[in-house]
Design a protein around this ligand. Structure first.
Ligand code: PRT
Length: 115
């Protein structure tokens, strides 16, 4: 069975190469040439589009939601690659958090300074 996250890893590889070589005729290059501001603007735009699609009903709505999630994930990976971070490093961070409820983690941050 193929690894479901393999396409993401391949895309990450491509984006890391784009960050390095900045080839002409690449949309990723255009984003990266605009830096954090341009990439960030697209992430905000795509996040809004994803949220708007979240409540669309029916199969078409579901398909649109998945499409928009792809856009947001692509742009987020572009920012990671621009910053020189690999998706595996994010996976490691998520693995580190595995099994710790967000509520428990938040409570641990809210301890009074004396503790
Ligand atoms: N996965 C993607 C991907 N997802 C979305 N997009 C692009 O992201 C853009 C989404 O923005 P919008 O929907 O707002 O479209 P737009 O109005 O044309 O965008 P703007 O001009 O406003 O930035 C579109 O141009 C999409 O084509 C992507 N572009 C590239 N990839 C992958 O990245 C690889 C490298 O791409 P290049 O660097 O362009 O060769 C490709 O082979 C793909 O695998």
């Amino acid at each position: 069975m193929s690894e479901p996250l393999q396409p993401i890893r391949r895309l990450m590889q491509t984006l890391a190469e784009r960050a390095e070589t900045r080839p002409a005729g690449s949309y990723t290059t255009k984003l990266m040439d605009g830096g954090t501001e341009k990439i960030g603007r697209k992430i905000l735009e795509e996040a809004r589009e994803l949220i708007e699609a979240a409540d669309e009903p029916g199969d078409a709505g579901r398909e649109h939601f998945i499409y928009e999630a792809g856009d947001l994930i692509y742009h987020t990976l572009v920012l990671l690659a621009y910053r020189g971070v690999d998706i595996n490093e994010v996976a490691d961070e998520l693995a580190r958090r595995e099994g710790t409820s967000g509520l428990v983690e938040k409570a641990s941050r809210n301890l009074p300074e004396s503790q």
